[in-house]
Design a protein around this ligand. Sequence first.
Ligand SMILES: Cc1cc2nc3c(=O)[nH]c(=O)nc-3n(C[C@H](O)[C@H](O)[C@H](O)COP(=O)(O)O)c2cc1C
Length: 355
Amino acid sequence: MAISTTPPSTADPAAADPPSYTPRGERFLSLFTLPPHPQSRPLYPSDAPAPPPPYITVCAPMVRYSKLAFRHVVRHFGVDVAYTPMILADVFKNSPFARDTEFTTAPNDTPVVLQLAASNAEDFAAAAVMAAPYVDAVDLNCGCPQKWAFKERIGSYLMEHPEKVADMVAMARRRVPELVIAVKIRVHDDAATRTVEMARRLENMGAGVLAVHGRTRHQKSTEAVNVDAIRLVKENVRVPVIANGNVFTRADADALALATRADGIMAARGLLANPALFAGYDSTPIAAAKAYFDYAVKCGTHAYVIHHHLMYCLEAHLSVWQRKRFNVCTSVAAMADYFRSWDAWNDEECNGLAH
Ligand SMILES: Cc1cc2nc3c(=O)[nH]c(=O)nc-3n(C[C@H](O)[C@H](O)[C@H](O)COP(=O)(O)O)c2cc1C
């Protein structure tokens, strides 16, 4: 779905909301406040190895990866909320081409959180206004640790400048009050003071959801997650908190929820390797990989991205020799040919997954 730069006209009676309409933002927040129940999870697989968890499950923002086709598939396998990859707010605001290529959505792509990277309140708020009719929330990235991002004063640079983040949240709230403004943060070395103070400040400025990656900006993704820091944030704010870091299995997700008391659990690398992890599968069901391939081709996803996804999520199923062969299948046609000759692929039905 291409995005328009103007919100839908309220003067058009055909576009008017029915009387029972609940704003998307309100519906989104109620996910976290009402205990999850089966009706709120119509896509949860009925034959999943594990029952739905008592927390909200979240697909993390991932540059290149958490795009529309992937979001569709993870939703079929137990994800409640999905974030888009990070998009630069100024580019989103200024370039119709970038909006059309970087942000695609669909009516059933909900709840969806558009993640933006911004260095100033004006860019962030303007992008939020444009995105509002198409998303359930907009998130500000305060976690990207890369050098280029730090130089551009975006991502984890903002962890050192909470006053700037507070301004961005406040301006976006003023400009588009019906939209939920989320913020994805990391933790500081002295989480008990600085991280908690920042989280409280953001809550006071109107942030509706906080996602906390339990590592500092200097830590590698192989290092341990500071679970206590996430729990401290949770204990000190009233808004929903999503805990993030090192979730590769359903057991990891359950343990992080228990240790942090967070309202939601977010996974990134774990979902790339196994899009069905929240539903309790030990490895990617072939049906999930097939559904991804189908959706991705239909969504016009670049073959390079499709290939990367399939390499990640099929790793546990392919022998070294099979991986070598698949590795060179870099076009959609070559991948389709490869799968035609793979029995495990052809034995698996994916008819239950709606298109
Ligand atoms: C391929 C990839 C792309 C990522 N892109 C983003 C991004 O666009 N925005 C963001 O806030 N974090 C991004 N991250 C960080 C993840 O959202 C997450 O915070 C981090 O990987 C820790 O979670 P995990 O231990 O479940 O992987 C990315 C991570 C990976 C592996």
